[in-house]
Every structure is written in structure tokens, then in C-alpha cells.
Design a protein around this ligand. Structure first.
Ligand code: P6P
Length: 334
């Protein structure tokens, strides 16, 4: 077990490594930490607190039923980030339009945050792990002016930090600021995140494939062939792989960080661009995956090199062990 280093101590100790630190960035990360603690306490009793589990009868920009916890989580992160006066704008899965803070502190904020407050919220009802995903960029528009569309539509390669919180059997915050990936496990008895997974390195190869095979009839023939490849008997290449699909991207990818493998959400005839959103799901996860030595692709190019055109745009996503993602790319290219 790592000697007991808290997330707060880690941020202070390493803030020299953080881009544009000067304490602003550290304050931004602390806001996310605080919101995660508050949300964790609500999620852990969501089954008991009726007014958090239910649907609210509205749908988000994705056309998905909004649950009360989705809306609660969104409001919580927006408030926590706004209060630190470091952020000039936020884009959220739960908000059709971007939020720009136009008071004095907001106009002078140096950062943009893109967030999916709760990914996989439909899993709450069946007690499957869910998570928060966030990406942090430095604004490109002049300080003192309102955030612009260009601030939000930067390619993933420009992220200064990214992370996720997984609310599961234990709650963890995993993040990178471009100097490797570190995981912090939450001790709810004293409300502290402790460093538990220092410098996470994703295995270069693995023996797990993760995809919703229910969509098999709608995949391209090349995608179908790759799935058959995963199931072929070939002990020399650890096949057939094990199939694991939790239906919660953060849970499937968290397992992939620790055990290796490949998580896939391809395009299909039903959804040509797949289901996952580029800005606040795929880009932050791709930054983390590359920082941990893995690879994240849309099937033909690295996710982080995609130039976004819309805040809520989707992309096919293949992320995990480098050798497996490269094998997948080769399969799709032949
Ligand atoms: P499907 C959750 O809604 C999510 O965005 C990801 O967390 C998850 O991996 C995926 O959708 C599951 O989608 O179509 O397989 O049910």
C-alpha cells in the first residue's frame, strides 16, 4: 500500500508539474474533488432516497431520459466549479448549450471544463458502478472576454488535464495532468481520497474484449470479423479472449486500465457515429489511456487528433491495450 498520501497533498506536492499551476489549477481540481465527495454520498444512498432515483420526465440533448441524479450531479459540478473562479465556461452532457460565466471572475477564468456528470446513470437502479468524466482545457480566447465556441471545440490533444470518478464497490478518482495517471481511493469514514494506484500503466496486450454484441447485426463486416477473431481458438495469442461488458464505459475502461483489454463502441447502421460523445467522454478517456501507455482510436485515427465541430458530437471509440487497438485498426483497414 502506498504510504498515505491524500489527493490534496498530491496536488500541492506535484503542482509544479501541473500546467499553468500557480494554484488556480489546483483549486480547479479541488472543486472536482469536493463535488465528487458530495455526489458519492448521494449515490451511495440513491436507492433509499426516492427523489434521486426517479426520472424527471425530461430528456437531455441526447434524447435520453434525465434522472434526478443526472440533474443533481450536473448542478453540483457546475456550482463547485463556478465557485472557484478559475473557469470561464463549462460544457456538460446534461446542458444543451454551453455555460459561460460572464461575471468578473468568470470572464477572467483561464480554464474550460467539459463534463459528463454521471455516465451510465441508467445503471444506478441496478447498482452497477457509474461515473463522472471530465476534461480540462486552457481557454484560447482572450482573458476578460466571454468564452467562445472555439474554446470548447479544441482537439483532445490540447487537454491540460482529464479524469474520472468511479462510484463503485469503492469510489476512486483517477486523473492525469500530462505526467502519468494516478488513482485515489476514497475513505468515506474520514472523507479523504488516498493515493492507491500510483502511475497506472495499461498492459500492452490483454485477453478481454468489451463490446455490446447485441449490436452485431448492425456492425460492418470488418467489425464482425474482428469480433469473430476475438473468439477464435488460438492459445498462442491468448484467444479466445474473455468477453466482459458492464454497460458502463467508466467501469469497462477502469478494468481495462488495470487488466488490459479493448473496449469498443463502434459505429453501426443504427448509429453511424456510435453512441459515445467526443468532447466529454472519449477525449478525457483517450488522454488518460495514452498517458497510461494505451491507445484510443476512432478506428482510423487517434481520438485526441479529431477536430471537434459540435459540442455533443459522437464518435466511434476503441480504447485499451496498445497492441490490441492496433490489431483492431489493422482489421478495419484490410
Ligand atoms: P449500450 C452509458 O449510457 C454509456 O454511455 C456508456 O457508459 C456505456 O458503455 C454505453 O452507454 C452502453 O451503451 O448501447 O451498450 O447499452
Amino acid at each position: 500500500m502506498n504510504n498515505l498520501i491524500t489527493l490534496g497533498e498530491f496536488i500541492i506536492k506535484n503542482q509544479g508539474d501541473f500546467p499553468y499551476a500557480k494554484g488556480e489549477f489546483s483549486s480547479l481540481l479541488s472543486a472536482i474533488r469536493l463535488a465528487a465527495k458530495v455526489l458519492n454520498s448521494q449515490i451511495n444512498k440513491a436507492g433509499l432516497v426516492d427523489d434521486l432515483m426517479g426520472h424527471i420526465g425530461s430528456v437531455n440533448v441526447q434524447g435520453e431520459d434525465q434522472k434526478k441524479l443526472d440533474v443533481y450531479a450536473n448542478e453540483l459540478f457546475v456550482k463547485a466549479l463556478k465557485a472557484r473562479h478559475q473557469v470561464c465556461g463549462i460544457a456538460s452532457e446534461e446542458e444543451e448549450k454551453t455555460i459561460t460565466f460572464e461575471n468578473e471572475e468568470g470572464l477572467n477564468g483561464k480554464y474550460i471544463v467539459l463534463i459528463d456528470p454521471i455516465d451510465g446513470s441508467s445503471n444506478i437502479e441496478v447498482n452497477v458502478s457509474i461515473g463522472t468524466v471530465f476534461a480540462i482545457y486552457r481557454r484560447i480566447s482572450p482573458i476578460g472576454t466571454p468564452a467562445t465556441k472555439a474554446d470548447f471545440l479544441q482537439p483532445g490533444r490540447k487537454q491540460v488535464a482529464a479524469g474520472y470518478v468511479i462510484y463503485g464497490s469503492s469510489t476512486m478518482l483517477v486523473f492525469t495532468s500530462g505526467n502519468g495517471v494516478n488513482g485515489f481511493t476514497y475513505d468515506p469514514s474520514i472523507g479523504v481520497f488516498y493515493l492507491s494506484h500510483r502511475n497506472i500503466q495499461m498492459p500492452k496486450s490483454g485477453a478481454i474484449y468489451s463490446i455490446n454484441e447485441g449490436n452485431y447485426p448492425y456492425f460492418s463486416h470488418k467489425m464482425q470479423s474482428y469480433i469473430e477473431y476475438c473468439k477464435e481458438h488460438d492459445p498462442g495469442t491468448n484467444r479466445p479472449y474473455s468477453g466482459r461488458y458492464i454497460g458502463s464505459m467508466i467501469s469497462d475502461l477502469h478494468r481495462t486500465f488495470l487488466k488490459g483489454g479493448i473496449y469498443m463502441y463502434p459505429g453501426s447502421t443504427k448509429a453511424p457515429e456510435g453512441k459515445l460523445r467526443l468532447l466529454y467522454e472519449c477525449n478525457p478517456m483517450a488522454f488518460l489511456i495514452e498517458e497510461a501507455g494505451g491507445r484510443a482510436s476512432n478506428g482510423t485515427m487517434p481520438i485526441l487528433d479529431i477536430q471537434p465541430t459540435e459540442v455533443h458530437q459522437r464518435t466511434p471509440f476503441f480504447g485499451g491495450s496498445e497492441n490490441m487497438v492496433r490489431q483492431l485498426e489493422k482489421s478495419l483497414a484490410t
